[in-house]
Design a binder for this molecule. Structure first.
Ligand code: SF4
Length: 572
């Protein structure tokens, strides 16, 4: 722990604290209609109210692993029944990927089985984004040998492989688990990967090291059958860094490092954030969570979600909808009374972010070594590059790498006199610690290349836009003193957090000025979170009728950036 640097914010009572320090929460989440069963286990009982709930009730998703190992991997893709293939496989990080050659205009017209390929995306959960070089090397080897050299660093600190055959899944699990990695509950209606500060335990200005909390949550609760049937996914984030580097406003639960004036360093509790088609930023409960109680508080919140979350409609099942009905005061009271059995002290809100939380660049660690934040383009780094990166990191005397929620990676523990050697080697892998403002803040979801829900292509479109903007806007870039975030989504979901970007792009088929149907984007403008250094986070807004074709995207962004650079006011 390091309590020497942060600003201490006064403790305020819970009702006021629930809002002070909380950003505007979004307006589209509404409480459900009273009087109608919502499928809340604690209120309505456990009778399934939709097909997904029926599948989960019939057999715990975790149980599919044994069938994969003993039946499906031996007998092949055609032996997998639908409920496992489209349901329970997710509990182990497996989705079928999109069949190549189906254009986005047909996505909504086809059934899932018509869209899917006989290959899988496999998501490796990397809690806290923390990897040893041995782990990185194994993921890279699996990518090269069994996933056609694909690997995407996601904005949830996971790595996703593609082109995986069910026949190879047991071997992949064995090799991952031999180095302490897993795909357990990487997808599904479960507690997903726990986001963690990528500089946990090393940053000189850290408030509190969240590593023990993340490890305790993962060790005690990931894979717990009692928590493996939630109403929907449950996203967690824990940070103790003053840059607020885990996008805490858009997780179901976030624990954010603060210093209590009497109790010392601990966590401020936030709940109910999520994006997708009804975005809502999380709210503070005004409660201070001592570090040694953090895992129990996490357990209380996830059980509230399990017991009281809505299960009638999947589109209304995330925790944000329960929070919209209860409000933060009732949520805290239920947590303390029914789940913890004791009150939590009131606590302070986090101070304004200390700076951008992407950690790109070279930074001094508290032990005098350096951590080096590197930017790949839109998170893509093939397995062969991951292996070479592991070699490089070891060659400069380190053994640790972290992934970030911004599709970046950080090499820890670099001796100061080896930094240049690392940077030179990283450049050979397409990684830089001094990216342009465009490369630094552009992220893209999986898109039509692999995702069955996608309407448009994303990764290549975003990479092309970055290259074009770097070329065209070299004259403007020196005038921009902060990154301009460009988030590219392949459909109306928000895997790339479009509502939180300066320029957010939602994939859809548009009609161009020539009357032609073409891949394009609905534009959202003006969003941003504390973790990019904003003191007043908020959700971006759609601009009525503003759509841009994928082809015209660089032209559009160039116009926006030039206009912004020319007209912005001081400090904007
Ligand atoms: Fe797929 Fe849509 Fe998510 Fe992109 S935003 S990964 S297209 S579901």
């Amino acid at each position: 722990m390091n309590a020497s640097t942060p600003t201490v914010t006064p403790v305020v009572p819970p009702s006021a604290a629930a809002r002070a320090g909380s950003p505007p929460t979004g307006a589209r989440v509404r409480p459900s209609r009273p009087g109608r069963p919502q499928g809340q286990w604690a209120v309505d009982g456990r009778e399934p109210l939709n097909a997904n709930e029926a599948v989960k009730a019939a057999d715990n998703g975790l149980n599919v692993r044994e069938r994969i190992e003993t039946i499906y991997a031996r007998e092949g893709f055609d032996s997998i029944p639908t409920d496992d293939l489209h349901g329970r496989f997710r509990w182990w990080g497996l989705y079928t990927q999109r069949r190549p050659g189906i254009d986005g205009g047909r996505t909504a017209q086809l059934e899932p089985h018509e869209l899917e390929d006989r290959y899988f995306m496999l998501r490796v959960r990397i809690d806290g984004g923390a990897l040893t070089t041995a782990q990185l090397r194994v993921v890279g080897e699996l990518s090269t040998e069994l996933a056609r050299d694909t690997a995407d660093i996601t904005d949830r600190q996971n790595i996703q492989l593609h082109w995986v055959r069910v026949e190879d899944v047991p071997q992949i699990w064995a090799r991952l688990e031999a180095v302490g990695l897993s795909t357990t509950e990487a997808c599904g209606d479960t507690p997903r990967v726990v986001l963690g500060s990528p500089v946990a335990g090393v940053a000189a200005d850290e408030i509190i090291d969240p590593t023990p909390v993340i490890e305790e949550i993962v060790t005690r609760f990931v894979g717990d059958p009692e928590l493996a049937n939630l109403p929907r996914k449950f996203k967690s984030a824990v940070t103790g860094h003053p840059s607020l580097d885990v996008v805490h406003e858009i997780n179901d639960i976030s624990l954010v490092g603060v210093v209590h004036p009497e109790l010392g360093p601990g966590y401020d509790l936030w709940v109910g954030g999520a994006l997708s088609t009804a975005p809502r930023l999380a709210e503070r409960l005004g409660a201070f969570v001592p570090a040694d109680q953090a895992a129990d508080v996490w357990h209380g919140v996830v059980r509230i979600f399990r017991d009281h979350g809505y299960r009638r409609l999947r589109t209304k099942a995330r925790l944000k909808f329960l929070l919209a009905e209860w409000g933060p005061e009732k949520f805290r009271q239920v947590l303390e009374t029914d789940y913890l059995g004791h009150p939590l002290p009131d606590g302070p809100a986090p101070a304004a972010p200390s700076g951008p939380g992407d950690h790109v660049g070279v930074h001094r660690q508290k032990d005098g070594l350096r951590y080096v934040g590197l930017a790949p383009t839109v998170g893509r780094l093939p397995g062969s590059a991951l292996q070479r990166l592991a070699d490089l990191v070891e060659a400069v005397g380190s053994g640790r790498v972290r992934l970030t929620p911004h599709q970046k990676l950080i090499v820890l523990d670099v001796p100061p006199d080896r930094v240049d050697e690392l940077l030179e080697g990283a450049a050979g892998l397409g990684l830089t610690a001094t990216p342009s403002v465009f490369r630094r803040s552009t992220i893209a979801c999986t898109g039509i290349e692999f995702c069955k829900l996608a309407i448009v292509e994303t990764k290549a479109t975003a990479a092309t836009a970055v290259a074009e903007l770097e070329r065209r806007l070299a004259d403007v870039e020196p005038l921009l003193d902060s990154p301009i975030s460009l988030h590219v989504n392949g459909c109306p979901n928000s895997c790339a957090r479009i509502q939180t970007a300066d320029i957010g792009l939602k994939g859809q088929i548009i009609t161009t000025g020539d009357g032609v149907q073409a891949p394009g984007f609905q534009v959202h403008l003006g969003g941003g979170l504390a973790s990019v250094g904003l003191e007043e986070p908020g959700l971006g807004r759609t601009v009525r009728g503003l759509k841009v074709s994928a082809e015209e995207l660089p032209d559009y962004v160039e116009r926006v950036v030039r206009r912004y650079a020319a007209t912005r006011t001081a400090g904007e």
